[in-house]
Design a protein around this ligand. Sequence first.
Ligand code: NAD
Length: 333
Amino acid sequence: MEEDNPGEGAPFLRYNLAVRVLVTGGAGFIGSHVVEELLRRGDSVLVLDNFSTGSEENLNEVVAEVPSAAGRLEVVKGDVRDRELVRELVEVSEGVIHLAAQPSVVRSLEAPVEVNEVNYIGTLNVLEAARGKGVKLVIASSSSVYGDIPELPKREDMVPRPKSLYAVSKLASELAGRVFWKTWGVENIHLRYFNIFGPRQRHDSPYAAVVPRFISAVLLGKRPVIYGDGFQTRDLTFVKDAVQATLLALEKGEGFSVYNVAAGSQVSVLELLNTLKEITGKEVEPVFAEPRPGDVRHSRASLEKIGKELGYRPRWSLKEALKETVRWYERAL
Ligand code: NAD
């Protein structure tokens, strides 16, 4: 990784023909964990990232965790909206995990066109680049596509009802993926991730997710903000389980398919805060704010399909996963 180390500040636009897996968004939160696991199991990895929300530190941490990765990780700083670049990189890859996106519901209501350009057009570029190449794609979708469907658990065969333009960008990507499979035989598997959390997730952006916002507030002695009454629920999923599902999809996914990726449980935001208080031994009182537009009320995934077809089973309990995450933030903050 020496020559390609983004930490060196160079424009690291170098890649070779021996690359196996392309990970777009590989410098991000989920992406860096996927890259880490691919490297651990001996694969070569090519990352495409524009470092908008991802970071050099994430990849440096990966290399520190997997010293044997030297020479097997290459990084291209670029944009998934750059069709020619995406085509070149897919060409030299045997599998693609497409995670690059602007991942925020709130942001999508502020900048709907930009978010859809990155998320939807970026995905079209990846699908188009894979046409005729025989390469399998795993593509990040989101639980947000279910929107305000009241029934629980959410099953993949329900008719989606997106509440945000972020969710629309993910659903549009799924629909395009189906057409690419039916028309040109491009294999693409979409993963509807449910509230993924863990080390390296950003806590300091206005679009930060609930777990890193709460952990950083509790550790820094600040009052965590709860949007709404705190009784809204989430299917909180440890990033290592999300990685397991992602790599299973790459190995075993066939044709076109959509899968939920979650822990399969339902925790309220208030319960989450209480568990964090217990783990850290800190006493903090939350501040309540107006619910945010686009947020869904309740969320829990059915894992029947992914369990049966890909053999996915979540391995982490919420408490153990939160403990590991808190330990990381204690070092990082
Ligand atoms: P993240 O912001 O850490 O990762 C996104 C990565 O994509 C970042 O490294 C960013 O720099 C990169 N990126 C953004 N725009 C790009 C562009 N135009 N060109 C190239 N790279 C670009 O977020 P994450 O949580 O790791 O999300 C990864 C994927 O999973 C996203 O597609 C997101 O929508 C999806 N997802 C995440 C969650 C979650 O709970 N974290 C839930 C559902 C879906």
